[in-house]
Ligand binder design. Structure first.
Ligand SMILES: CC(C)(COP(=O)(O)OP(=O)(O)OC[C@H]1O[C@@H](n2cnc3c(N)ncnc32)[C@H](O)[C@@H]1OP(=O)(O)O)[C@@H](O)C(=O)NCCC(=O)NCCS
Length: 183
């Protein structure tokens, strides 16, 4: 798995040091993890599955995290070239990337590529067990929407801050990054 052995991925648990997580650029994403109980409660109740990347060289400090939950994608809102290749249901099963953030200390070290590949890998494993065609994300703003486009996501034409990427594209991304070596 990309980022190993330094970065170990685990589902959030009581043993993790949530309090030391720093994300000054987006404090709501820092507080989601550090506030007593919030991420832990949602994770425990399966509202969201919270995954942490632990830096094994820093005493298992949380270097980044992402959250995954189930959602649907409405075919009528997807670009026509994608929609026409897929079956005509009112909605498709999909997975949502609810939150994703990197600890301030890892700015410029390529951790974002590890986070996104790990998120894609979780989503692809969900799709092996349950119908799910794509990963969907609501970007916080236009800059971040452009960042997701750079990772291969596409905007929904009528709501450009919502983006998606298909399973096939995620699989190709994981393969390309894995064969290129770690960032
Ligand atoms: C999202 C993230 C993992 C991307 O890491 P990265 O590939 O190293 O990219 P950068 O940190 O350089 O961010 C890309 C651009 O988005 C901007 N950006 C990042 N987070 C931002 C935020 N919360 N609000 C506004 N702009 C933000 C950066 O300033 C940068 O803009 P620029 O290209 O004009 O310089 C990382 O920026 C991060 O953890 N951000 C804070 C958490 C966050 O906002 N997550 C929301 C995801 S919707």
């Amino acid at each position: 798995m990309i980022g190993e052995p330094r970065f170990r991925q685990e589902r959030l648990g009581q043993q993790h040091d949530r309090a030391s997580f720093k994300c000054t650029r987006e404090e709501t994403l820092e507080r989601y993890l550090t506030d007593p109980g919030r991420a832990a409660r949602e994770n425990k109740r399966n509202v969201s599955a919270v995954y942490v990347l632990l830096d094994t060289t820093q005493g298992d400090r949380i270097a980044g995290y992402f959250t995954i939950s189930n959602t649907t994608l409405i075919p009528a809102l997807v670009p026509v070239d994608v929609a026409k290749k897929l079956l005509r249901y009112d909605s498709w099963g999909a997975v949502k990337l609810g939150r994703m953030a990197r600890h301030d200390e890892y700015d410029g070290l390529g951790l974002e590529s590890i986070l996104i590949v790990r998120a894609f890998s979780v989503v692809l494993s969900v799709a092996e067990q349950s119908g799910s065609l794509a990963l969907v994300v609501d970007a916080k703003n236009e800059t971040l929407a452009a960042w997701y486009v750079n990772q291969g996501f596409r905007n929904l034409p009528e709501s450009p801050l919502t983006l998606f990427i298909t399973n096939a594209q995620m699989a190709a991304y994981v393969k390309a990054l894995t064969s290129a070596g770690e960032p």
